[in-house]
Design a binder for this molecule. Sequence first.
Ligand SMILES: [Zn+2]
Length: 164
Amino acid sequence: MADPAITLKHIRDRCRIVDDCWIWAQCTVGRYGRVRVGARTYYAHRLAQEIHTGKPIPRGMDVRRCPDHERCVNPEHTQIGSRKATVKAMRERGSLSAGVRHSISVTVPRRARAVLTLEKVREIRRLWVEGKKPREIAPIFGVDVTNVRKIVRGDAWRDGVWHG
Ligand SMILES: [Zn+2]
């Protein structure tokens, strides 16, 4: 169970709020937001759900992602369910693998490939979290605005490599 000193506000403060979604804007490992509390690390969406319900997520249960944003951690958008139910829901949505976004085809100009380091990608995300628009960010880095959008959505750049 999570530290009771951590509140939903702590989590919300680490997100960019888009409509009603809380888009996790900090450390992620793969597709999942991670949050450190003392010596422990939690998945942000699971931690939010635990704080929301006030009890630990039962063993073997999943926290199903928000249908609008995969990085949304708003506990009112995520749902506790059995793994079986998660698979069923995904099938109904036509995406058995939640990782389908990995295979989205991204057109990356040769130039962008050369100039974008992981550090710059982080900087792009940081500016976006601060509220800068992709079309304002793109010229700073000399890349196409569609690539900036893909980076902030997490489509194009994962684990330090382009998935184009
Ligand atoms: Zn949401």
